[in-house]
Ligand binder design. Structure first.
Ligand code: NAD
Length: 284
């Protein structure tokens, strides 16, 4: 029988634990962790994401510093805002909501975020700290994948993990995190030959290809743990990169879409914001 990993419940547990830890942080330091969300322009999806992040941060006791720049903002405007937030000791974490409006390169703005406020884990410094296995802030969705595996009690050490996808946002960092936990990791990507044979070796299969229903029963060993990072809006609601129905009764563990990895991202963002407050050079 397949165990369904309930991301909604696990994310709720993370949020509750962060809420308690934020309380303890406030009692200990007399300061409150704060999250700055920077939204540029009026992209409807980005507005929804930012609203959800702010709402969940507020309910965890995290102070809200929202900055909305209009769609005509220049790179210099965005950089100026980030520099102000970087200098503000009340702001623990800075999140620049992506994508930026057409024609503005996000990477140079992201690099202005100090590593200890980089709650999305996207700066070159954060990427380097993760690669070196040093303490820092790690990207939220990959952290959510690891949290789900841990919550389900799945052993990683010494086991064969296959990650489908090598993006900066998901595939690459999740592969590094699995390796840091002593899994034996193979990364499959769009140029991989014999992807099916490789995926079938996996004890743990993390799918982040961004291709609807890419992975099915023939790609998965019986009993494997399958984590589906993909999110796509289909005609019948949200679907993932994995053919969920085919894997029921075949996989050992399986995450649903929605209700799997999706809810974990903001929960991990809250955890990162608290961690950022603890990393801040000014906090005792
Ligand atoms: P991306 O498009 O940046 O990267 C996809 C990767 O998959 C690439 O490295 C590519 O080489 C690889 N790939 C593409 N087709 C493949 C194939 N047929 N076989 C093997 N590998 C293939 O996407 P991303 O940003 O990493 O996101 C992946 C998916 O995860 C998307 O569906 C995205 O919507 C979803 N996502 C969900 C969350 C969340 O749950 N909160 C967060 C981020 C991304």
């Amino acid at each position: 029988d397949t165990i369904i990993i309930d991301g909604t419940a696990i994310a709720r547990g993370v949020r509750e634990s962060v809420t308690r830890d934020v309380d303890a942080f406030v009692s200990r330091t007399g300061t409150r962790p704060g999250l700055a969300t920077v939204l540029v322009g009026d992209d409807p999806a980005s507005q929804v994401y930012v609203r959800n992040k702010r709402r969940q941060a507020a309910s965890a006791g995290i102070a809200d510093f929202h900055r909305h720049l209009d769609a005509e903002a220049t790179a210099a405007d965005i950089d100026g805002e980030i520099d102000r937030l970087a200098a503000d000791t009340a702001v623990s974490g800075i999140l620049l909501q992506l994508p930026l409006p057409e024609g503005i390169d996000s990477s140079s703005s992201i690099e202005r975020i100090p590593w200890f406020k980089d709650v999305d884990g996207l700066t070159t410094t954060s990427v380097g700290l993760l690669a070196r296995g040093r303490p820092g802030l790690q990207p939220c969705t990959p952290s959510g994948v690891i949290t789900l595996l841990d919550a389900a009690g799945i052993d990683l050490a010494g086991r064969e993990a296959v990650v489908v996808g090598r993006s900066e946002l998901v595939g690459r960092p999740v592969a590094q995190m699995l390796q840091a936990r002593n899994a034996t990791v193979t990364v499959v990507h769009s140029r991989t030959r014999n992807a099916q044979a490789i995926m079938r070796r996996a004890d743990i299969l993390v799918v982040a290809a961004g291709v609807p229903h890419l992975v099915g029963r023939d790609d998965v060993a019986e009993g494997a743990a399958v984590i589906d990072v993909g999110i796509h809006r289909g005609t019948a609601g949200l679907i993932g990169d994995v053919r969920f129905d085919e894997l029921l009764g075949h996989a050992g563990y399986l995450t649903p879409v929605p209700g799997g990895v999706g809810p974990m991202t903001i929960a991990e963002l809250l955890r990162n914001t608290l961690k950022a407050a603890e990393l801040a050079p000014t906090s005792g």
